[in-house]
Design a protein around this ligand. Structure first.
Ligand code: HEM
Length: 340
């Protein structure tokens, strides 16, 4: 999620293909190698960094005069910062002070898409890092998982994305994990009705309820459902792999996650699940309520190459939003700190 776009800083046409070809020719290779190693140990690094890549300005820790976006409510479950730090340290060893965190994030997100079975897309580089974080905007302008379709479409339209692009972007929800608090209301008290969301498939509702019982209320501890496993043909078996009491954090060891089925079906399983009333977030399921988006959901559910092409194109567009280029900005030495 997380397109915390405040303003268009610079002109993305100032970005270049292979910007680091002279200053740090191994940069993209180093990023890929670190990610590959991480992914082998914990595959859930892929969704974490893809999600992170959907917002380029959440990396600052709270510091004097800086209110960090990491702490604003919509972002509070963002993970993967430490992997970005690992990549940054590897790059600093080879080419100190050269590769920006903003470039690392979009390149890492792209590589994670590939690791998860999604399409490759070329990226321009040469972004600089902002000296500010935007907590206010992150809190107030980010899309909510509880939003209805018109609100989501309006928000994406304000960033220049049409219906087709919005539907394809949400295909990113093919992978990863989602905490109960983001859909708990759909299971027990949808829109204050004290009943579940009627658009939910009944079998799926029961599975979700088993995962998110009363002990997992939004204010309580977080339990989670795997975005990927929920779309597999036989959801119960995948859900069984996740103990209801286990911690949802992909950073913690011992979580059994099976991304195999999704790897071959990146995208299509997500859209098929929406057609079956098996969307986890309200915002996902809403894509089926109107023809202008439902048509795309149907198209992507049956045509994997169409989705891959559209997803690659829209990710390139997303990566070029809100770009800061020289002489503005800086190259942070640590991604979580502004360099003074
Ligand atoms: C209407 C727009 C969106 C909303 C409301 C939204 C909301 C959410 C929420 C609530 C979660 C679960 C977080 C958690 O449980 O920790 C999530 C996960 C995720 N989102 Fe989105 N999102 C949106 C768009 C996007 C976009 C545009 C992308 C990328 C292109 C994206 C990528 C992801 C990924 C990969 C995850 C899984 C993260 C993980 O497992 O670590 N989302 N999103």
């Amino acid at each position: 999620m997380l397109m915390s776009i405040v303003e268009d800083f610079g002109n993305f046409s100032l970005l270049e293909y292979d910007y680091y070809r002279e200053s740090c020719p191994q940069a993209e290779q180093i990023i890929r190698a670190v990610l590959q190693r991480q992914y082998e140990v914990r595959p859930n690094v892929a969704p974490a960094l893809l999600r992170l890549g959907c917002d380029a300005s959440v990396l600052l820790d709270p510091d004097e005069g800086i209110e960090s976006e990491k702490e604003s409510p919509p972002n509070e479950t963002l993970k993967g910062f430490e992997v970005i730090d690992l990549i940054k340290s590897a790059l600093e060893e080879v080419c100190p002070g050269v590769v920006s965190c903003a470039d690392i994030i979009v390149l890492a997100a792209r590589d994670c898409v590939i690791l998860a079975g999604g399409p490759f897309y070329p990226l321009y580089t040469g972004r600089k890092d902002s000296t500010l974080a935007y907590k206010e905007v992150a809190t107030n302008e980010l899309p909510s998982p509880h939003d209805d379709l018109p609100k989501t479409l309006a928000l994406f339209a304000s960033r220049g994305f049409n219906e087709r692009e919005t539907v394809s972007l949400l295909g990113a929800h093919s992978i990863g994990m989602i905490h109960c608090k983001f859909f708990y209301n759909r299971l027990f008290n949808f829109s204050g009705t004290e009943a579940p969301d009627p658009s939910l498939d009944l079998d799926f509702l029961n599975i979700m309820r088993m995962k998110c019982n009363n002990t997992n209320k939004p204010s309580g501890s977080l339990s989670s459902t795997s975005l990927s496993s929920s779309f597999a043909a036989s959801p119960t078996s995948n859900f069984d792999a996740l103990s209801p009491t286990s911690s949802p954090s992909p950073e913690e060891p011992g979580m059994e996650m099976d991304y195999e089925g999704v790897k071959e079906n990146f995208g299509t399983l997500y859209y098929r699940s929406l057609l079956q009333g098996r969307g986890i977030l309200h915002v996902d399921q809403q894509l089926t309520v109107r023809e202008e988006t439902a048509d795309w959901v149907r198209a992507y559910s049956s045509d994997a190459s169409l989705f891959r092409r559209d997803f690659a194109t829209v990710m390139m567009k997303l990566s070029n939003l809100r770009v800061l280029t020289a002489p503005m900005g800086q190259v942070r030495l640590k991604c979580s700190k502004v360099a003074y």
